[in-house]
Design a protein around this ligand. Structure first.
Ligand code: 5AD
Ligand code: SF4
Length: 446
């Protein structure tokens, strides 16, 4: 890539703050890598940075307001020469309005424009104001860069598909991340091989709807790509997130069955257990249709852990609809549920529906759901007691003398070891499970 940096020799520093999902976390890794390639140095103190970047999320709540409040904090740091940039979903959503409310911001860019980052940096350095990288669902291109500054040396993300074309009634993502666009499988596999060569053992394939992947070259289905990544020498674990039920095909389960490195965990957001609400949400599936996919997962040769996302209090959700969601949790027996109170989002179809469920009622439903799920998890997690499970070491809890491990099913397993030296991060070892909680396992290294 030709460098578009001016010949200025002054050392330039940047500070970045990131919010939101794994896609955003990984975008920041790519942004950081790109900046470093352009000669910038990352620092951890915003006061001292020449450039302050804020990578934002707008999925729920009053995200825009939070961003403006934070930008207001930054204002105090404003001094001659210091530049501010807003990236991510709030940037795309609010666009040039950000310049009006925070005039000291010089750059506003959504994720579908990051491939233009080197040019935008050059504009910043020329002292230009009001630089925008906004994309109105036009882009066909993806942000591919070899300059990704991955934050973990053992497991890393690879984006295989960007954007979203599903337009669920509540969701802002199709408006903030542009239209759905997949990468070529050869490019994904080359990146995975480079990571394996660099010592990575775990790869997580990312996409807003990861399994909606359509190979740009028409060579591989999503399941075939999964299997191919899993077969790369040196790769021990492959994860993928997030799957959409509409595009969840049985060959994904077959791939997990036949390639041992594919982790035995599927995150399959259901959003509601009521077909009536699913219809209003424009999810384009019914409860039974979803449960059929769960049936495929349950019939796999090795037990596959399942997790989901749920929204409570969608406009028009009755107590009976909500009961169907609680009932579904018991039927599926998830190992984890991310549950959210519905929040109206700008531009979305649901914004025109009355937000009919009072916040107190949403909170009450959320609590009922979480209590039920906690009991389910207590049962599920306790079934592991006595098993010998392989973990990847993620860290250490020195205060407790414990090592923090993660299982292939994506469960946390905290364990002790009789060895005088604790196993280092990134190591794999077998642990016998001795105790369990609703969210974690406890064990002893074998
Ligand atoms: N309100 C509440 N939750 C939402 N999610 C997405 N949009 C909204 C919204 N407007 C949840 C969904 C999705 C997860 C990432 O966030 O459950 O799967
Ligand atoms: Fe938030 Fe969605 Fe954007 Fe991720 S894609 S940062 S969850 S709004």
């Amino acid at each position: 890539m030709p460098s578009v940096v001016s010949n200025e020799t002054r050392a330039r520093t940047f500070y970045i703050e990131t919010f939101g999902c794994q896609m955003n976390a990984h975008d920041s890794e790519k942004v950081i890598g790109t900046l470093q390639h352009q000669g910038y140095t990352r620092i951890e103190t915003e006061e001292d940075a020449d450039l302050i970047l804020y990578n934002t999320c707008s999925i729920r709540d009053k995200a825009e307001q939070k961003v403006f409040n934070r930008l207001n904090d930054y204002k105090k740091l404003y001094k001659q020469g210091k530049r501010f940039g807003v990236l991510g979903c709030v940037a795309q959503q609010e666009g040039e309005k950000i310049f009006e409310r925070a005039p000291y911001v010089s750059l506003v860019a959504g994720s579908a424009s990051y491939r233009k980052l080197p040019e935008m940096l050059a504009q910043l350095e020329r002292g230009e104001q009001r630089i925008t990288g906004l994309d109105d669902r036009q882009t066909e291109e993806t942000f591919e860069t070899e300059f990704t500054a991955r934050s973990n040396p053992h497991r890393g993300y690879i984006t295989i598909i960007e954007g979203c074309d599903k337009f669920c009634a509540y969701c802002v993502v199709p408006f903030t991340r542009g239209k759905e666009r997949s990468r070529a499988s050869t490019s994904v596999l080359a990146e995975a091989r480079r990571m394996a060569d660099a010592g990575y053992t775990e790869i997580q394939l990312l996409g807003q709807n990861v399994n909606s992947y359509r190979d740009l070259e028409g060579k591989k289905t999503f399941a075939e790509l999964l299997a191919a990544v899993g077969e790369i020498p040196g790769i021990r674990r492959v994860r993928f997130t997030t799957s959409h039920p509409r595009d969840f095909t049985q060959d994904i389960v077959h791939a997990i069955d036949s390639v041992p490195t594919l982790c035995d965990h599927v995150h399959l957001p259901v959003q509601s257990g009521s077909s009536r609400v699913l219809h209003m949400m424009q999810r384009e599936y019914t409860r039974d249709w979803y449960l059929e996919r769960i049936g495929w997962i349950k019939s796999a040769k090795r037990p596959i852990s399942m997790t989901t996302d749920v929204i409570v209090g969608f406009p028009g959700e009755t107590p009976a609809d909500f009961e169907e969601t609680v009932d579904l949790l018991g039927e599926v027996q998830y190992d984890g549920v991310f549950a959210f109170k519905y929040s109206p989002r700008p531009n979305t179809p649901a914004i025109t529906m009355a937000d009919s469920i009072p916040d107190m009622e949403k909170s009450a439903r959320l609590q009922v759901l979480l209590d039920r799920q906690r009991e389910i998890q207590r049962g599920n997690y306790s079934k592991h007691i006595g098993e010998k499970i392989e973990v990847m070491v993620e860290g250490h809890n020195t205060a407790r003398g414990q090592v923090i491990g993660r299982t292939s099913q994506n469960k946390t397993l905290n364990f002790t070891t009789k060895q005088p030296i604790l196993p280092a991060t990134g190591n794999y070892l077998k642990v016998r499970v001795t105790n369990s909680f609703p969210n974690s396992l406890v064990g002893e290294a074998v």
